[in-house]
Design a binder for this molecule. Structure first.
Ligand code: NAI
Length: 257
C-alpha cells in the first residue's frame, strides 16, 4: 500500500488472530518489520509463516512480566530496535446471564490479560524506547471501557483502566519522546465473539444472537472489520500522529457518538 512505517520495527500482541493479525498485515504493507506476540503458539507460527519475510513469531503471555521482557529483547535482537508497541491482546469476560454468577478466577484473568498485560507491554517497551529515541505505544481498549452497560463488568472495568492508564502513561513518558494512545473497537466480528460464549450450553446460538446484537447498535449500517481497527493503528504508529498522545479513538461505526 504505502511506506508509512518504513524502517520501523513493531510488536503486535494478540497478533495471531482478528484485529492483531489484520494489524500485522497492515504494518507489513506499510514497510514495518513485525513481531507477532501471542499465547497461541500453533496459530502464531502458522500466521508468521504465511506472511513471509519481515515477520517473526514469539510466543508470549502478556500477563507474564518476564515473557514480555524477553519479547522486547527478542525483537531488538532480531530486527535491531523497537519503535511501535501495539498492546492488543485481550480476552472477553465469559458471558453469563447475571453478574452475581461471575467467578473470581474470571475477574483475575481479565485483569491480568486486559489491563496488566497492557501495563507490562507499555513498561517493557518504554524502557527500550526511552533509551533509543522514543516510539509509539498503542493500547487496545473497547467501547465497553467508555460506555457503561450491563454484563461483562470485569471486561468493561479492565478496558476503562486501559484508557486511564494510557492517558497517564502519555503524560509520564512524553519527555522520553514516547507517545501513548488507545483505540476503542466496537462490534468487530472476530473469534473473540465465540470465545465469549464458549462456556454456554448453546454457544452457537449465543454467538449468533451476540452478532445480531452487535449489528443492531451501530449507526453506520455496515460491518466493521479488523482492518478498520488496523488502519487506526497505522495512523497512531506512523509519524502522521506525531503530535497526538493520550487519546482514545473509537472505531465503532458511531456506537459511542
Ligand atoms: P481475537 O480473539 O480474534 O484475538 C485475540 C488474540 O489475543 C488471540 O490470538 C489470542 O490468542 C491472544 N491472546 C489471548 N490472551 C493472550 C495472552 N495472555 N497473551 C498473549 N496473547 C493472548 O480477538 P480480537 O477481537 O481481535 O481482539 C483484539 C483486541 O480487541 C482485544 O483486546 C479485545 O478486547 C479488543 N476488542 C475487540 C472488539 C471486537 O468487537 N472484536 C471490541 C472491543 C475491543
Amino acid at each position: 500500500m504505502g511506506n508509512e512505517l518504513s524502517g520501523k520495527v513493531a510488536i503486535v500482541t494478540g497478533g495471531a488472530s482478528g484485529i492483531g493479525r489484520a494489524s500485522v498485515e497492515r504494518f507489513l504493507e506499510e514497510g514495518a518489520q513485525v513481531v507477532i506476540a501471542d499465547i497461541n503458539r500453533e496459530l502464531g507460527s502458522t500466521v508468521a509463516a504465511a506472511l513471509g519475510s519481515g515477520v517473526e513469531f514469539k510466543q508470549t503471555d502478556v500477563s507474564a512480566s518476564g515473557e514480555v521482557a524477553d519479547l522486547v529483547a527478542f525483537t531488538v535482537a532480531r530486527f535491531g530496535g523497537l519503535h511501535i508497541m501495539f498492546n492488543n491482546a485481550g480476552i472477553p469476560t465469559a458471558m453469563r446471564a447475571n453478574f452475581l454468577d461471575d467467578e473470581l478466577a474470571d475477574f483475575h484473568r481479565i485483569m491480568e490479560v486486559d489491563l496488566l498485560g497492557v501495563m507490562l507491554g507499555t513498561q517493557h517497551a518504554a524502557r527500550h524506547m526511552a533509551e533509543n529515541g522514543g516510539g509509539s505505544i498503542i493500547n487496545t481498549t473497547s467501547i465497553g471501557g467508555i460506555r457503561a452497560g450491563t454484563g461483562e463488568l470485569s471486561y468493561r472495568a479492565a478496558k476503562a483502566g486501559v484508557i486511564h492508564f494510557t492517558k497517564c502513561a502519555a503524560i509520564d513518558l512524553a519527555h522520553h519522546g514516547i507517545r501513548v494512545n488507545s483505540i476503542a473497537p466496537g462490534a468487530i466480528v472476530t473469534s473473540i465473539v465465540s470465545t465469549a460464549t464458549a462456556h454456554l450450553p448453546d454457544s452457537a446460538e449465543a454467538t449468533r444472537r451476540l452478532r445480531e446484537a452487535m449489528k443492531s447498535i451501530r449507526p453506520l449500517q455496515q460491518d466493521g472489520t479488523a482492518t478498520d481497527i488496523a488502519n487506526a493503528a497505522v495512523y497512531y504508529a506512523s509519524d502522521r500522529s506525531s503530535y497526538v498522545t493520550g487519546t482514545v479513538l473509537p472505531v465503532d461505526g458511531g456506537i459511542v457518538a
